[in-house]
Design a protein around this ligand. Sequence first.
Ligand code: C2E
Ligand code: CA
Ligand code: CA
Length: 559
Amino acid sequence: MKSKMEGFAERRTVLVVEDNDMNREILCDLLEDDFNVIQAENGLEGLLKLEERGGDIALVMLDVYMPLCDGFTFLERKRESGRFDSVPVIVMTASDSVEDEIRCLELGATDFITKPYNAEVMKNRMKSLIRLQESSSMLNRLELDELTRLYSKEFFFHNAGIVLQTDPDARYDVVCCDVEDFRTMNDRYGREQCDRFLHDLAGWLPQVLPGMILGGRLGADVFAFLTEHQEQDWTEILKNARFQPNPDGQPMHFSLKYGVAQDIDHETSVSVSCDRATLALRRIKGRFNTPVAVYDEEMRRMQLRERQLVEFAEPAIENREFQIYYQPKHNLENDATGGAEALVRWIHPQLGFISPGMFIPLFERNGFITKLDFYIWEEVCRELRKLLDEGFPAVPISVNVSRMDFEASDLSEKIAELADKYRLDHSLLHIELTESIAGENPELIQDTLEKLHEKGFVIELDDFGSGYSSLTSLNTLALDVLKLDMSIIRHASATSDYSILRYAVLLADGMRLKTVAEGVETADQVAALKVLGCDYIQGYYYSKPLPGPEFEQYLARCA
Ligand code: C2E
Ligand code: CA
Ligand code: CA
């Protein structure tokens, strides 16, 4: 939160999201006299800039039609995140399309202007919107959270910001505390008791945090505190802190996690320091014996690297930096190659080889995965067509799909169109879905899989046995193949106990599903899987994932 402004004594920062280079340049030139201007070339970059700059951005100027993530999606995501509700958005529409305008307003846009715009009118409109927003949010926001009597989020950021400004030489830490699985606690103990829990916790925390200056409630069960910088390790400080809720009543089971940003930079907004502390905290979620995590140099590097990868992703598709490797699946019944899995690799001109474990989870979070996966499916179709044209026997290739792929438009239509474009029999394309997919939005996934199935695509459930609640998905999803996760194969050969593996194969048999064993590395494992009746084997024992030309050689050798 910025201080009150009279005629903008202090320059506000505005974010311009516009894909057309020339339009963006012109607009930024216009605005630069009055505002600090940050630019983004599409909605996705815009959302990242919002994340990055925390509460610094006073207003967004948004174009509607942009590649990758358009204005509508930007507004949708902004609203979903809920964190930037107080940042007004002016949408710039090229035409006088009333429908676009209505849709934007419905999605939470504050106002719109039609291109071409009159510079003075536009700037005044921007200023009065910012002024309106700042004064109304100041009035509307409750300074203290009613339940906990800590500062509400905005006031915490604001007041902590003032503390930082007051003494530029002083050193501070930010400590965030989160109650793990609070939702489950709510179900278990009831709202009233959980409210009391939060109230008491908010009273207790300031007592155990040395050098406590002020505290705020950032979310339902997340608290943040600004403290004097502590030389002692926060893990040590908090080691013996024991919160005892409801001392006279029913005992409550709970776990607290702390994330710390140490010796925070005065130039960085408090909300960003809180983001860092919560990032550290998220890393230890679910880890039983680790209550405290400190945001450190490694996390910073990781965050920077992730940001860099996000930035590089879009041009990487155009530059064809994503390459597809094919890992053969060996058919145990006829001892021949029975297919392959397509696995993506990113070969960046400067960063070199980047493994999917590094970028897939990131792209799954920011949505880029839908674009990347579509690109990969098309490359795979092209490769299949090429193999057929060159006279190779038809082997199916499986592609990976992420949860997000199901949410973006009609997946079954999209995949069918691709297969038809390359004149491929649908049974040649297998769809691998990770087990974790099955838990979320079950109807959409169920429906889409059924459609894919009807169209003749083969559905494989990936990573079976890796620890999710998989049995329900086996019953409800239209599946053809179970891929046994490498962890159960490892477990079996390490302990010589094949019971889980046997059970998994039996289960698949009973449901008339084929089985593929993944991550098979030794002859002993192959022999055991053969005895158990597994159908296919994929793993280093037969081959590592291979680039296209080497995969072709492999096929030629095995033919
Ligand atoms: P996954 O689908 O479970 O893929 C199997 C992973 O095991 C691959 O790692 C593969 O290289 C590795 N692997 C195969 N055989 C062996 C073996 O014998 N021993 C060992 N130690 N490892 C083996 P990779 O290629 O790093 O992929 C990691 C994950 O990234 C994949 O797991 C998949 O979930 C995801 N992924 C890869 N490509 C794509 C893609 O194009 N789209 C999407 N959405 N996800 C992808
Ligand atoms: Ca897979
Ligand atoms: Ca797998």
